[in-house]
Design a protein around this ligand. Structure first.
Ligand code: ADP
Length: 212
């Protein structure tokens, strides 16, 4: 009987091989106001590329549901539409990006959300030995955002909270558009199109093959 035992690292190398072999690791930041459809697009592209879709909102909601220390600390901020303090977010993201599945690339959805998070992400990537990410900016007419979010029917989607989240986005997150533009790594997407057309335009602008 011939048995071959693969060590964990050997097995891990094999699972990662298809991604790493491309030599074209996708590290993407999806930027855009709440309700712009970036979560939907991030999920689609992450599946196509076989990389994790990392949504800070989802991670926080799951921490709250599980009543972890992070969840307990974060809850009041989500319930008021304010940003969770940077130190908590960075601790959470530092752990998440150091996980094995994040070595072959990722799509970040909802992070970074202000300049200090973007700078902290730069430092984190330097420590992890990973190159700069590319930012994908969703441009969407603001009038349609509130209606879209109300349709989503998430627990934290009542109108006052939505308005506050939009204000926080304008004030804290929009400066990131220039931050990444100056670095010449920003792609602009028209988020007003149908979801299929938006997907298509992201693929084209990132020069990815269109799946048949
Ligand atoms: P939306 O879909 O409205 O953009 P998210 O699911 O991304 O909302 O985030 C919901 C809430 O979680 C935010 O209003 C904020 O309180 C918190 N949150 C998510 N990501 C971050 C982050 N990067 N920094 C601080 N707070 C965050």
């Amino acid at each position: 009987m011939g048995l071959i035992f693969l060590g964990a690292s050997e097995a891990q190398k094999r699972t990662q091989a298809p991604i790493l072999a491309q030599g074209n690791i996708m590290r993407l930041i999806f930027l855009g106001p709440p309700g712009a459809g970036k979560g939907t697009q991030a999920a689609i592209l992450a599946q196509e590329l076989n990389i994790p879709h990392i949504s800070t909102g989802d991670l926080l909601r799951s921490a709250i549901a599980q009543k972890t220390a992070l969840g307990i600390l974060a809850q009041a901020y989500l319930e008021s539409g304010e940003l969770v303090p940077d130190a908590l977010i960075m601790a959470m993201m530092g752990e998440r990006l150091a996980e094995f599945d994040a070595l072959g690339g990722w799509i970040l959805d909802g992070f970074p959300r202000n300049l200090s998070q973007a700078q902290a992400l730069d430092r984190l990537l330097q420590i992890l030995g990973q190159s700069h990410p590319q930012a994908v900016n969703f441009n969407v007419a603001t009038e349609s955002l509130i209606a879209k979010m109300l349709q989503r029917g998430r627990k934290d989607d009542n109108e006052n909270l939505i308005r506050r989240r939009l204000e926080v986005y304008q004030e804290k997150t929009t400066p990131l558009i220039n931050f990444y533009k100056q670095r010449r790594c920003l792609i602009d997407i028209d988020g007003n199109l149908t979801p299929e057309a938006v997907s298509q335009s992201i693929r084209e602008k990132l020069s990815l093959a269109v799946p048949v």
